[in-house]
Design a protein around this ligand. Structure first.
Ligand code: SAM
Length: 288
């Protein structure tokens, strides 16, 4: 991906164009909901990192940390490590540090504000790096992968994670008589994908060009959520993508989206059949 400022539902705006605090606060909320419901990948991927790292890393860098769900999971997995959350957004870093303090992990977590589209910060070196749903947001991911390689300790490890698609909420087959039409979610996702939402290349070749030895793993995730929590995430997510869909999908699909976001019997809160799914892929890239 070489294009600048492409969309991601977990970004929704380009960081090259400055910041909207409301947008970052919304994004932080959505990232926290995602981790609460679909966060089993955090347990699995940090366990994978522990297995591959061999010995416990002393320093960890979370690249594009967002609200800090990865930062905190890493601090818990590696109890003697010092973890730095790097992000372009001061508000995201404040959210991360707030969660760290609330979890009693603040002594081991620091924030570093930096724009990785500019020069890599000299202090951003580590034994373990983690880049979850962030690499594809950067202007030149290949350059960043080379910078990560250069700033990792020899023998160090980089974990890259991306969402395979957008999270979905409706069951595969809707009940007979449903006014929400079958298959609408995948059509909405396809429309967003054709506009560059959540697009990333298969990172393996780029990581290998940077000098890494690469392994890949799939993290299929069906969320465990109460109906209320599933509806809250669904409303946050579908509300966020809705403005990009007007005119881009069929009137029947838009009407279905309206029913879900409305307050009638087929609304997210009242339908009672939500199943949250959000699959991820991880790359473990080792520096020899
Ligand atoms: C989709 S969020 C992912 C957050 C977190 N890693 C997670 O998995 O929940 C991407 C994060 O990357 C940050 N980001 C985007 N462009 C950046 C840049 N040029 N330099 C540093 N951080 C950036 C955003 O501010 C945002 O917090």
């Amino acid at each position: 991906m070489t294009e600048h400022g492409h969309h991601h539902p977990h970004a929704g705006h380009s960081h090259d164009e400055g910041h909207s605090h409301a947008t970052d606060a919304e994004l932080a909320q959505m990232l926290d909901l995602d981790a609460l419901i679909l966060g089993s990948y955090l347990t699995d991927a940090t366990a994978w990192a522990a297995e591959l790292a061999g010995h416990e890393p002393e320093t960890i860098l979370d690249v594009g940390a967002g609200s800090g769900v990865g930062t905190l999971a890493l601090a818990r997995r590696f109890p003697s490590a010092h973890v730095t959350a790097l992000d372009i957004s001061a508000q995201m870093l404040a959210t991360t540090l707030g969660s760290a303090a609330a979890s009693g992990l603040d002594g081991r977590i620091a924030g570093l504000q930096a724009n990785l589209n500019e020069e890599w910060p000299a202090s951003a070196t580590a034994d373990l790096m983690w880049a979850s749903s962030s690499l594809h947001e950067l202007a030149d991911p290949e350059r960043t992968m080379a910078e990560m390689f250069a700033n990792l300790t020899p023998g160090g490890l980089l974990i890259v994670i991306e969402m395979d698609g957008l999270p979905s909420f409706l069951p595969e087959r809707l009940q007979e008589g449903s006014s929400v039409v079958n298959g609408m979610e995948s059509r909405l996702h396809a429309s967003l994908a054709s506009n560059g939402w959540n697009q990333y290349p298969e990172w393996t070749a780029g990581l290998e060009r940077a000098g890494f030895t690469v392994e890949r793993r799939h993290f299929p995730t069906q969320g465990s959520a109460t109906p209320e929590l599933a509806a809250r995430y669904g409303r946050t997510f579908l509300g966020r993508i809705a403005p990009a869909l007007a005119g881009a999908v069929s009137p029947a699909d838009l009407a279905s989206l309206e029913l879900l976001l409305g307050d009638g019997p087929e609304s997210l809160e009242r339908r009672g059949d939500l199943v949250v799914r959000g699959h991820r892929t991880g790359w473990a890239a080792s520096k020899p």
